[in-house]
Design a protein around this ligand. Structure first.
Ligand SMILES: NC(=O)C1=CN([C@@H]2O[C@H](COP(=O)(O)OP(=O)(O)OC[C@H]3O[C@@H](n4cnc5c(N)ncnc54)[C@H](O)[C@@H]3O)[C@@H](O)[C@H]2O)C=CC1
Ligand SMILES: CC/C=C\C[C@H](O)C(=O)/C=C/C=C/C=C\C=C\[C@@H](O)C/C=C\CCC(=O)O
Length: 258
């Protein structure tokens, strides 16, 4: 997919991985709608991006992915402003085992909600022009993280949902590719605040730290480069792209097809 002129929506765009995704999409010619619940950070980033790319290339919309109404409105404003949606990065996510229902609501339900609402704009069956949806999962979607079982569950769910949607899209003719981005540990606010977010599993913080030492820490730019590959390589559909400092690979899963 050539990005020049394409229209992208990034959730959780104001900080961390979402900010890096936004920047690499802009750098490669896309227009980007930044959706985030953190209005201060979102407006500040928009101001900085306006200076670098001009005011017309981005739109910041205060949006909580837990709200169907807010996502619906944000997608409509994006389509009205830019003329459609070609790319969706369902990136917004939290890690908090004490408020685990909220973690499920944002990390999994928010991804499902964003996907279904975006398809109303993107699917060729509803007048869209197709495109690609990349869901930010995690290495914790591929293996158990003992200190955050609910976070692990949400990321396993994101990968399963993404792969099923990829198959449904191919079978239905949506013209939309679906892929999961699965980074290991990444240096962001989410990562640095982990020790205070483990709740009843806080006694396992050291084990997590040892995992981080073992697997290393990615930069947000490294993650954004992998996102770009999933967006631009039109052969990628239904992939789980595992990214960590030692390298990256497309995960193979057991096949149950006869
Ligand atoms: N940091 C890490 O080690 C890894 C993070 N991830 C995933 O990457 C994604 C981004 O995480 P980070 O950049 O690390 O986190 P971060 O905390 O640095 O940034 C997350 C962004 O999402 C926004 N956000 C949070 N809840 C929201 C909501 N309900 N609606 C809209 N926006 C919301 C925040 O305001 C923030 O701007 C998450 O899905 C996370 O699970 C995946 C693998 C590793
Ligand atoms: C605590 C969560 C930290 C950051 C959030 C981010 O989304 C994330 O989940 C990063 C995960 C990185 C995981 C790295 C390795 C994961 C290993 C596990 O899947 C299990 C594998 C090994 C377990 C330890 C062992 O048996 O050697």
């Amino acid at each position: 997919m050539e990005l020049n002129g394409k229209i992208a929506v990034v959730t959780g765009a104001a900080l961390g991985i979402g900010k890096a995704i936004t920047e690499i999409l802009l750098k490669n010619g896309a227009k980007v709608a930044l959706l985030d619940v953190n209005e201060t950070a979102g407006k500040s980033l928009k101001e900085a991006l306006d200076k670098q790319y001009g005011q017309e290339r981005t739109l910041f919309l205060n949006c909580n992915v837990e709200s169907e109404e807010q996502i619906k409105a944000a997608f409509q404003k994006t389509a009205d402003n830019f003329g459609g949606i070609d790319i969706l990065c369902n990136n917004a996510g939290i890690l908090n085992e004490t408020t685990w229902e909220k973690t499920v609501s944002i990390n999994l339900v928010g991804v499902i909600r964003g996907t279904y609402l975006a398809l109303e704009h993107m699917s060729k069956l509803s007048g869209g022009r197709g495109g690609v949806i990349v869901n930010t999962a995690s290495m914790a979607g591929l293996g158990p993280l003992l200190s955050c079982p609910v976070y692990t569950a949400t990321k396993h769910g994101v990968i399963g949902f993404t792969r099923a949607m990829a198959a449904a899209s191919t079978a239905s003719g949506y013209g939309v590719r679906f892929n999961a981005l699965c980074p290991g540990f990444v240096q962001t606010d989410l990562f640095t605040t982990i020790p205070s977010k483990l709740g009843q599993f806080s006694h396992l913080a050291d084990a997590t730290e040892k995992l981080a030492e073992k697997f290393g820490i990615l930069t947000v730019s490294e993650v954004a480069e992998s996102l770009l590959e999933l967006v631009t390589d039109e052969t990628k559909n239904g992939e789980a792209f595992l990214v960590f400092p030692q390298g990256k690979k497309y995960v193979t899963f057991p096949s149950f097809s006869s």
